[in-house]
Design a protein around this ligand. Structure first.
Ligand SMILES: [Zn+2]
Ligand SMILES: [Zn+2]
Length: 259
């Protein structure tokens, strides 16, 4: 989530996000942006919509994403039509059915939001066969935050993250994957290799941050999944600091980072 001024934007709504969102004390956001339509990035959208409507939302949620938003988010929301009807019948005036609606915008790369000094730029990344897959650059009063989405190493990231105050980047670790592979059958072994093929390896993330001159690098979306343990994380990122000398944060759910 990106917060600036009086605005809040969600980038993706994957599994586990809703509890973290509730912990922030916020009750709603100005828009939800999607990077792509793998389920680990949109799974909890429906429950988020129910929750915001319980909290009192009465206007449709603005949803911005690349092509596919209507099919994925629109259809997901249609699964809640009966639920929305039941709650409307039961709570009458205390339930605003429009809170469960979305105003979906399928956008092309470029400026997708430009309001009150806040600019959001969508850019294409490289996560084949997921096309389109995008990242976002947020700009507000001279400050910038870039969110990679899911991608393998791409020059587009260096260009779009140039001089950013914060780059939040996904990351994959080959050694950790190889450790896990010892316990896998042939099919899962092959799938774990396929995972590495469309994500960015630790040293590649460090190269991107270095080449883009970002001020602060934040790692997220760890492949393979790792325990939230400082020792595990220190081993996971080994070698990265030799490449990228700027500020470096190994992300954790619920963490607040200031530009
Ligand atoms: Zn993902
Ligand atoms: Zn993905």
């Amino acid at each position: 989530m990106v917060l600036a001024g009086d605005k809040a934007f969600l980038v993706d709504t994957g599994r586990g996000f809703l509890n973290n969102f509730a912990d922030t004390g916020l009750r709603d956001v100005n828009a939800v942006l999607y990077t792509h339509y793998h389920s680990d990035h949109f799974g909890e959208f429906g429950e988020f919509m129910v929750t915001r409507t319980i909290w009192g939302a009465s206007e449709p949620m603005k949803v911005i994403g690349p092509v596919g938003a209507e099919q994925t988010i629109g259809n997901l929301l249609r699964a809640y039509d009966l639920d929305n009807g039941y709650r409307t019948a039961h709570h009458v005036d205390n339930w605003h059915p429009n809170g469960m609606k979305a105003e979906i915008v399928e956008a092309e790369p470029g400026v997708v939001y430009d309001q009150d000094g806040f600019r959001i730029i969508m850019f294409q990344v490289d996560h084949p066969p997921v096309v389109p897959a995008v990242g976002y650059r947020f700009e507000y009063h001279g400050q910038s935050v870039v969110i990679s989405g899911d991608t393998k190493k791409t020059e587009a990231m260096v260009e779009n993250a140039r001089d950013a105050d914060i780059l939040v980047h996904e990351v994959a670790n080959r050694q950790f994957t190889e450790l896990a592979q010892g316990n896998l059958d042939a099919r899962l072994f092959a799938m774990s290799e396929e995972m590495l093929a469309y994500h960015t390896l630790t040293y590649e993330v460090a190269e991107i941050a270095r080449d883009a001159h970002v001020k602060k690098l934040v790692l997220t979306h760890f492949v393979p999944w790792i325990h939230d343990d400082p020792v595990v994380k220190a081993v996971y990122v080994r070698g990265m600091r030799r490449i990228f000398r700027g500020k470096f944060i190994v992300g954790r759910d619920g963490m607040e980072i200031k530009a």
